[in-house]
Design a protein around this ligand. Structure first.
Ligand SMILES: Cc1ncc(COP(=O)(O)O)c(C=O)c1O
Length: 400
């Protein structure tokens, strides 16, 4: 246990437990207000830090997994099979069957899974419950939110071509399959409330068209959480429940949410130190010991929430400082500071709200994975040590 992060060698991630708890509580409070019959499935892909997965399991979250590897990770980190939501088109047959036989929520997303299900029906006399991922042109209803206006989105069985209803008819005709739910996750660029209103409306339309009463409507993830001036959980859930209540009874149909970013984006920061400052003909280059690959692996961000701490007593202003990462890519430039205090070697820059799609997308590029600390009150606990050469060699030598 360490008492101050000033004592710790940079770079490292810090997970602030009080902020995590705040996101969890705010989400549960909103659900209890607007749809008290619910399941929260944490999206593993957003950040699968084992400490976090175990902690959320103890907070009654289910694990939302999207591959056989993530499924096995859920089992290994303590999620009982009937508290796993198994999504995505890249399951494998073994874990698909294991999940179905042991009460996981399985949302089918590919024709291959329908073939596996048919073979399973031939081998057993059991009844099974499945959910189906729905594909519809949400981008036409929310043109400013989704993207893919020309080509449409890719996941699920198409409502508009009639494929979804053909699949439903085929499964019901077996007499041993219950269509337990609909999976409606849609990634949006804006995380706008309007997207969820549309998803809920589509669930109602499918209920109108088929007369099926579902055990659950899985509205997916993609929410904001803990971010100032953005929609709150209450605002999302008020809109969702307003629509869903038109067709579904809260006592009969569970609402499933699959948040990732909304839970873990805001509680994680990344602390770095300045390791070099130099002037070129055109700019002042400030190099830090963290990289864009740590906190912007998809190279999309143009701004960060950050704080600087310095030992300098007299602070001058510099018109333009370019903050660059440790890697040898020239594009490893995090931000430009205009007319701000001069940075010097050993000054520290803390990047805030960098918990989602960062650690899970970190490459092993130039430096191995940095450590992760949990901040609980005044104490810091090491949750993941810095990846060592031996860890790396073990990955490389695992065959033979
Ligand atoms: C099926 C599914 N559920 C949940 C999520 C989590 O999304 P977010 O981290 O934006 O909340 C994703 C992310 O792509 C997803 O594909």
């Amino acid at each position: 246990m360490v008492n101050s992060f000033h004592e710790i060698e940079t770079p490292f991630f810090i997970l602030d437990k009080s902020k995590l708890d705040q996101n969890i509580n705010q989400l549960k409070n909103a659900l209890n207000t607007y749809w008290p019959n619910y399941i929260i499935g944490y999206s593993f892909k957003t950040n699968a830090l084992p400490w976090l997965l175990k902690y959320l399991q103890r907070c009654d979250f289910y694990g939302e997994v999207a591959s056989s590897d993530e499924y096995c990770l859920a089992v290994a980190t303590g999620y009982p099979c009937d508290q796993i939501i198994y999504n995505g088109p890249v399951k494998n047959e073994e874990t698909f069957i294991e999940a179905l036989m042991n009460g996981a929520i399985v949302n089918i997303d590919s024709k291959l899974e329908l073939d596996w299900l048919n073979s399973l029906l031939e081998k057993t006399y059991q009844q099974f419950k499945v959910g189906l991922r729905v594909n519809f042109s949400i981008e036409d209803f929310c043109p400013d939110d989704i993207g893919y206006e020309k080509d449409g989105t890719r996941f699920g069985f198409s409502l508009e071509t009639g494929e979804l209803y053909r699949v439903i008819d085929r499964l019901l005709a077996t007499g041993r399959i219950q269509i337990a739910g609909l999976h409606l996750h849609s990634t949006s660029q804006t995380r706008s409330i309007n997207v969820y209103r549309q998803l809920a409306k589509i669930a109602c339309k499918i209920n109108d068209d088929t007369g099926l009463v579902f055990d659950y409507i899985d509205i997916g993830g993609g929410f904001f959480g803990g971010v100032p001036n953005k929609p709150t959980f209450s605002e999302y859930l008020s809109a969702i429940s307003q629509e869903l209540k038109k067709n579904f009874d809260v006592t009969k149909t569970k609402l499933i949410l699959e948040p990732g970013s909304a839970i873990i984006g805001s509680p994680i920061s990344f602390l770095t130190s300045v390791i070099d400052v130099k002037d070129t003909k055109k700019s002042r280059i400030v190099t830090i010991d963290g990289s864009r690959v740590n906190i912007d692996p998809l190279m999309r961000k143009s701004a960060y929430s950050f704080n600087v701490s310095t030992h300098q007593t007299v602070r001058k202003i510099n018109p333009k400082q370019i903050i660059c990462g440790f890697s040898c890519m020239d594009l490893d430039r995090l931000m430009i500071l205009n007319n701000s205090h001069v940075l010097d070697v050993n000054d520290r820059i803390m990047f805030n709200m960098v918990g989602s799609y960062t650690m899970s997308l970190n490459p092993l590029f130039v430096n191995f994975f940095p450590p992760v600390y949990i901040k609980d009150g005044d104490c810091l606990e090491l949750a993941r040590r810095k990846m060592s050469i031996n860890d790396y060699l073990q990955i490389g030598n695992s065959v033979g």
